[in-house]
Design a protein around this ligand. Structure first.
Ligand code: PLP
Length: 389
């Protein structure tokens, strides 16, 4: 029996389906933007949450050891990463986590580097905290993204960069960084005293033999890095707001604990822990199934474009469930919004959100939905491109 169930999320107070006006100025578009899934969470999660709810008491929660075991076992089994319980801290979301760490590690006007195009809350974290944003563009070779190590290092030196926010796997480029790439990046950071935040929220969503390497396992980087990850992308639990901050270095952890006392968010709500523990313990089969659906949707996008609009460049999906593609052969960058929204009636993430106008011919499509929705979206793009010729 298939475990993954599509849900019609319209009129459920769902950000992706019911709150388009903020970003798009209207409602009613077919939404393939916000990175959550249109699938019910695994049955084991629903059962654990309803057992918890059925007791009817929502008082203060003690985080059970079984929660930590569930996360630690998952990391070991899926990423060959031996995490220790005492390394783990909490944040109510990965974005909150990297904003806090930015404040913890840097001062206003310090320079922070990111590899663009990148998940735009990275850019906002730098700007909203009044740090200086330094970008190093990835090299794009026919949709395949690699790191410009020389540019990365030069920008670090020229701008006296003190923090690098790494996205691994990379949203939106879909890359799962190799051990060698990670080592080169982290060694450059080590050489120039750059602290690293490693956002590994997409760690589990890898395809076709691409293996996620937890940054801490790439070498000896404990004293210069903090990782933030979560079960939210893997099991569609973003609304439960339960993320993990990993700090293996004891001295750094001590400083973090002093810093976080001033914020006093030391743990999250009960529902997040209950959901996360259940998912990590019993969600494996659901997760394998959901990955197949996502990869099938990716092939649908790639193959349909290859056949109908062969000059759309679709980046290979090594990781994440977000498909990044370049429409430059068919749509002028300045017309992309009009084209996607007014003509195709789609809500996609526009390329320029990920770092500026130079990415305006790109769009990012969320593949974690039904095949029908992806089909509708791709066919609308094909139809409108053909009509405008
Ligand atoms: C790289 C990355 N980090 C963080 C997040 C969001 O994390 P959270 O919802 O836990 O704040 C996303 C969601 O798309 C993401 O792609």
């Amino acid at each position: 029996m298939p475990q993954v169930k599509y849900v019609d999320r319209k009129n459920t107070n769902c950000n992706k389906w019911d709150a388009q006006t903020g970003m798009f100025g209207e409602e009613g578009l077919l939404p393939l933007w916000v990175a959550d899934m249109d699938f019910q969470a695994p049955d084991c999660v629903l059962k654990s949450l309803s057992d918890y709810v059925s007791k009817g008491v929502f008082g203060y929660y003690k985080i059970p050891d079984s929660y930590y075991h569930a996360f630690i076992n998952w990391e070991k089994e899926h990423h060959s990463y031996q995490v220790r319980k005492e390394w783990l801290r909490f944040s109510p979301g990965v974005v909150a986590g990297f904003n806090w760490i930015t404040q913890f590690i840097t001062k206003p006007e310090d320079a922070v580097i990111v590899l663009t195009p990148v998940y735009y809350p990275f850019l906002h974290a730098v700007e909203n905290n009044r740090r200086r944003l330094i970008t190093s563009d990835l090299i794009n070779t026919d949709g395949v993204y690699t790191i410009n190590f020389q540019d990365f290092e030069q920008k670090i030196i020229e701008n006296h960069v003190s923090l690098f926010i790494l996205c691994s796997p990379h949203n939106p480029a879909g890359r799962v960084w190799s051990r060698d790439e990670l080592k080169r990046l982290l060694d450059i950071c080590r050489k120039h005293n750059v602290f690293v935040i490693s956002d590994e929220i997409h760690q589990d969503l890898t395809f076709q033999g691409h293996t996620h390497i937890p940054s801490f396992t790439a070498g000896a980087y404990d004293d210069m890095m903090i990782t933030v990850t979560a079960p939210s992308k893997t099991f569609n639990l973003a609304g439960c707001q339960n993320s993990v901050i990993i700090i293996p270095d004891e001295a750094l952890r001590k400083k973090w604990d002093e810093y976080i006392t001033g914020i006093r968010v030391l743990s999250g709500n009960a529902f997040g822990y209950v959901a996360a523990e259940a998912a990590y313990t019993g969600g494996r089969q659901w997760f394998e199934e959901v990955k197949e659906i996502i990869y099938g949707n990716y092939l649908l996008v790639k193959d349909t474009f290859a056949m109908e609009l062969p000059e759309v460049i679709v980046s290979p999906l090594e990781g994440t469930y977000l498909c990044w593609f370049n429409m430059k052969a068919y749509v002028k960058p300045e017309d992309m919004k009009e084209f996607m929204q007014k003509k195709c009636r789609l809500a996609l993430d526009y390329g320029d959100w990920f770092g500026g106008e130079r990415f305006a011919s790109f769009a990012r499509m969320n593949l974690a939905t039904s095949r029908e929705n992806v089909e509708k979206a791709v066919h609308a793009i094909v139809r409108e491109c053909k009509q405008s010729v």
